[in-house]
Every structure is written in C-alpha cells, then in structure tokens.
Design a protein around this ligand. Structure first.
Ligand code: SAH
Length: 223
C-alpha cells in the first residue's frame, strides 16, 4: 500500500459513509494535504510497512495514530482556512498536527505524554513544519494564552465537551471532538459556535478513540 492507495481508501470510505457525513467527497485542499504529508514519517520504524493502510497503528505509551480516513474527515469538519489558528488536543504522533499545519496559519498542539510531544516536535523540525507550537499539558484546559481559536480538534475521546475548549473557540469557530465513555460507544461531534456565541453540537458518526485522560500523570508545567 502506498500514499495513493491510502487516498483511494479514504475516498472510498467517504463515499461509503456519505449519508452520515453529509457529503460524497472531502474538500480538495484537505485531500491535497493528505497527499503531501508523509504518514510513514510519523509511525514507529517497525510499522512503516503499514504506514499507508487505512487503519490506526500503535505509537507507544498505549496510544495510536488515528486512521487516515478519520484524520481527513475531522480536518474537513473544521473547514480550515489559510488564515486560521487551530488548537489540537492530543498531539500523539503529530500526524494530524502536520496535516493541519499545511492548511492553516498556526497550529497549537497539547499532549500530556512528554515523550510523545517531544517526538512529534522532532519530526516537525526535521520535515520543516515551522508553524506548529507544542505544549505538554492537560487538554481539558485547552491553551488559553493563544485563544480564541478558529478551530479546535480533539483526538482522544472526552466524556463530555470540555467547557474550557468551548470558551476558547472564536464565535464562528468549529470544533471536532469524539465524545463518549472510554472503550465504549463514542460519537464524533461537530460543535459550532455562532456569531452571537450560541453553541450547537451535532453528532456525525460513531467512532473508537483512545480515552482522553482526566488527570494526566505527565509533567504539566513543562513547555
Ligand atoms: N492525533 C494523534 C492521535 C493520538 S491518540 C495522532 O494521529 O497521532 C490521542 C492522544 O491524546 C494520545 O497521544 C494521548 O496521550 C493524548 N491525550 C489523552 N488525554 C489527554 C489529555 N487530557 N490532554 C492532552 N493529551 C491527551
């Protein structure tokens, strides 16, 4: 399986889920970013052979790099624009971060496992993705210093929509977040804050994410 095979599989799954996601094709800019960013750079060495398969893969620390279809879909849900500033919760491998960095002005990404955050930062540096800022911390609190954000993406399953994240979303902004109980049924939600600050949440489809940890054990003060 190569990068083109991955794109074909994403298009196929988009088509297959078109009634749920309300479209038969994702935004062309999003698919272009999926074509450009080398997913094999973000998976552990022993996983390279499966890097372009349309499935999640283990990245250590009990975490996974999300399935390419889900990465593309959640990116599309944000409707990312070239001037947008985006907050990501759950850096993990850094792959989703890299995709967003190709579509937006700045990406701020929070991860509570220090080693994962550092590993992703190394890859960003090596590949020349210089519009990303990483932070070690608890994503339930967001990153208030750079708020408000045009878009927020959460890549671990939360038990509820965190109030701090809603607060850090700009009016007119969009958030993509899986909500549900750990290792149980979760719904990928699209949360929209309208120009007057009213918040609407719609469920898009059932998903399976690693849980978002309430009280992370990592060092929260490091940057
Ligand atoms: N976007 C990543 C997904 C990684 S899995 C990728 O495609 O590689 C989800 C990540 O969320 C894990 O790395 C996990 O450590 C992190 N995470 C879980 N709970 C968190 C929390 N409360 N704050 C910050 N990061 C969290």
């Amino acid at each position: 399986m190569n990068q083109q095979g991955m794109l074909d599989d994403i298009n196929e799954e988009v088509h297959y889920t078109r009634n749920l996601i309300g479209k038969d094709a994702l935004d062309a800019r999003v698919m272009e970013a999926m074509r450009k960013v080398p997913r094999d750079e973000f998976v552990p060495p022993d996983m390279k052979a499966a890097a372009f398969a349309n499935g999640p893969l283990p990245i250590g620390h009990g975490q996974t790099i999300s399935q390419p279809y889900i990465v593309a879909l959640m990116t599309d849900m944000l409707a990312p624009g070239p001037e947008h500033r985006i907050l990501e919760i759950g850096t993990g491998s850094g792959y989703q971060t890299a995709i967003l960095s190709q579509l937006c002005r700045e990406v701020y990404t929070v991860e509570f496992v220090a080693e994962l955050s550092a590993g992703a930062a190394d890859i960003f540096k090596r590949l020349g993705y210089d519009n990303i800022e990483t932070r070690i911390g608890n994503g339930y609190q967001g990153w208030p210093e750079h708020a408000p954000y045009d878009g927020i993406i959460v890549t671990a399953a939360a038990t509820h929509i965190p109030a701090a994240l809603v607060e850090q979303l700009r009016p007119g902004g969009r958030m993509a977040i899986p909500v549900g109980q750990p290792y149980s049924h979760q719904e990928l939600m699209l949360v929209r804050k309208d120009a007057r600050g009213k918040v609407l949440a719609d469920s898009v489809l059932g998903v399976a994410f690693v849980p978002m940890v309430e009280a992370p054990t990592g060092n929260l003060d490091q940057e």
